[in-house]
Design a protein around this ligand. Sequence first.
Ligand code: UD1
Ligand code: MG
Length: 457
Amino acid sequence: MTKRFAVILAAGQGTRMKSKLYKVLHPVVGKPMVQHVMDQLSVVQLEETVTVVGFGAEKVIETIGDQCNFVIQEEQLGTGHAVLQVEELLKNREGTTIVVCGDTPLITGETYQALFEHHEKTGSKATILTAIAPNPTGYGRVIRNAENEVERIVEHKDASTEELSVKEINTGTYCFDNQALFQALQHVSNDNAQGEYYLPDVIEILKDASESVSAYLTPDFEETLGVNDRVALAQAEKTMKKRINESHMRNGVTIIDPDNTYIGLDVIIESDVVIHPGTVLHGKTTIHADAEIGPYAEITNSTIGEGSVIKQSVITDSQIGEQAEIGPYARIRPESILGNNVKIGHFVEVKKSTIGNDSKVPHLSYIGDAKIGTGVNIGCGAITVNYDGMNKFETKIEDNVFVGCNSNLIAPVTIGKDSYIAAGSTINQDVPEESLSIARARQLNKEGYASKIKKRK
Ligand code: UD1
Ligand code: MG
C-alpha cells in the first residue's frame, strides 16, 4: 500500500465566526472542531499528520499538541499557501497526502477511507471529495467538462452566474500524489477575487498538465459541512447530536425526544435506559441499564447505577448507585458517592459526601462534607453546617440514624448509630449511639396570655 500522509489546515482566524476563539477550536458537542478531524483521521492508516497553524497557533498546539506535527503559516495568504508550508516535510516522501480543513468536523473516518480507496483505485494525481449541496452558497463549485470529467474548482466569489448554479461542491478535502501536489502548488497565483493562493487551483493546473484528476462524490452532504460562521456551527452541532442520539437508539436506548436531548461523545448508555426530553449528558458519564433520566436532567462526568431514576436535577462528578431516586430539583455536586436505593428528594443539595445504601434525604436539605451510613433518614430541612467561614469540617452520621426535621448538625460532629435527633435541634457535640438527642429550647406555654396581648392593642 502507498504511504498515506495528512495535512490539516487550521491557520485561519475564522473572521466570519466573529470570535476571540480561533475557528478550529470552536467546540461541536463539546469537542474542538479540529479534534473531531484528528479523531476521524485516525481511522485511516497515516504515516504522518501535519497541522498548519497560524492564528492562535499556541492555543491550537495546546489542544492537539501531542497528536501530530505542526508547521506555522506566518501570514494567512490562502489554503494553497498553507499547504506550501509543509513542502519541506513532505515533498520528498513518496505517497498520498490527504488535505483536510480544520473546519469540517462532521466528515467521518469511513468517508476519508473511501476517498483514499477511490484515489488509489483510479490512480489519479488528485481526487476531490465532493458533495451535492442543496444550497451551495459560499462553497467552491466543481466544474466538469462535456465528458463529465472534473476540470477545475471555482470559488463562490469568483464564479459566473452559470457556475453559481452548480450544486456539486468542493468539500475542502482532497487526496494528492505528494510530488504532483507540491509541483502544481508552485504555479498557483493569487489573481482572484480574494487575492489568495487557492489550493483548489491545483486541480486545474494538474488537468492542464494532462494529469489525471478525479472526484469522489459522497452521498451525504450533511457530513461535509464547512463551519465558517455560527449558523453553520449550530448546524454541525445539530447533525452531530442526531448522529450520537441515533447510535444510542440503535443500541437499545429509548430517547423520547431526540431533538431535545444532548449527549456528549464520550457518554456510555446501556440498553433499556429511557431518556426524557431536555436531558443533557456531558463528559465521561455512564448510565447503566434500565435507568430513567430526565426530563431536564444535566449530568456531567458521573455514573448512574442500574434502574435509578433521575428527574429534573443536576449531577456533577459523582456516582449514584442502583435503584436510586434523585429529584426532582436536586443538585449533586462533585465527589459525592451515593449508594443503592438512596433517595434524594426535591431541593436537596449534596456536596462531597458519601451516602450509604437505603438512606434518604427527601426534602430541602444541605449535605456537605458528610459521611452518612446506611438506612439513615434525614428529615425535611435538616442540614450539615460544614463551614465556619474559613474551614470546612466533616459530619459523620452512622447507620440507621434518624435526624429530625430542621436540625443543624454543626461539624465536626459524629452522630452514633441508631440514634435519634429531635426535630429542630442544633447539634454541636457528638451523639453516642442509640441515643435520643434534643438540643433546642424547652417549650413554655403561657396559658391565657393571648387575651393580654389583645387588650394592649
Ligand atoms: C474552502 C475552499 C472551498 C471549499 C470550502 C469547503 C479554498 C480557497 N476554498 O473555502 O472551495 O468549498 O473550503 O469548506 O480553499 N486556512 C489556512 N490558511 C489560510 C487560509 C485558510 O490554514 O491562509 C485554513 C482555515 O483555517 C480553514 C481551512 O483552511 O480551516 C479552509 O479555509 P476557509 O477560509 O474556511 O475556506 P472556505 O472559504 O471555507
Ligand atoms: Mg471553511
